[in-house]
Design a protein around this ligand. Structure first.
Ligand code: VLP
Length: 134
C-alpha cells in the first residue's frame, strides 16, 4: 500500500467544477447550488478496502470499494447514471475509471505535501480540487 489517504479533508480550491458538471448533464439550478459548496471528504483506507464519504450542506455521496475489483456505481444524488467503476494504483496515485454512458469518465486522488488532490474527468472536461486536513 503506497499511500494512506485516510483522514478528514476540507475543500480549498475547485477549478472547472462548472465544466465537469455541464459534461455530466447537471441542470442549471443544481449547478448554481453545487458550485458554492465546500465539501468535506472523510476517507478510510484499510488495506485494499477504501471508503470515501463526500459530505456537503446540499448532498452527500458515499463510495466504498476494494482496490482492483470492479463494482457497480450508482452515482445517486450526483448525475444518477450507473457505471462500472474500477480503482487501481498508478504508483502513488489512486485512479478510478468509470465505464458507462459518459466517455473518459473517472477520477484520480494523490497527495502533494500536506494536500489531497482530486482530478475529476468527464468527456473533455477536467476539474481539479485541492483539500486540506481538517
Ligand atoms: C454533481 C457532480 C453536488 C453535482 C451535484 C451534486 C457530494 C472521489 C470521488 C468519490 C467524487 C465527487 C463527485 C462530485 C460530483 C458532483 C454534491 C456535491 C457533494 O468523488 O473522491 O466518490 O466523485
Amino acid at each position: 500500500m503506497p499511500v494512506d489517504f485516510s483522514g478528514t479533508w476540507n475543500l480549498v480550491s475547485n477549478d472547472n467544477f462548472e465544466g465537469y458538471m455541464v459534461a455530466l448533464g447537471i441542470d442549471f439550478a443544481t449547478r448554481k447550488l453545487a458550485k458554492v459548496l465546500k465539501p468535506q471528504k472523510v476517507i478510510k483506507q484499510d488495506g485494499d478496502m477504501v471508503s470515501i464519504h463526500t459530505t456537503s450542506t446540499f448532498r452527500d455521496y458515499m463510495l466504498q470499494f476494494k482496490i482492483g475489483e470492479e463494482f457497480e456505481e450508482d452515482n445517486k444524488g450526483l448525475d444518477n447514471r450507473k457505471c462500472k467503476s474500477l480503482v487501481t494504483w498508478d504508483n502513488d496515485k489512486l485512479v478510478c475509471v468509470q465505464t458507462g454512458e459518459k466517455k473518459n469518465r473517472g477520477w484520480t486522488h494523490w497527495l502533494e505535501g500536506d494536500d489531497l488532490h482530486l482530478e475529476l474527468r468527464c468527456e473533455n472536461q477536467v476539474c481539479r480540487q485541492v483539500f486540506k486536513r481538517a
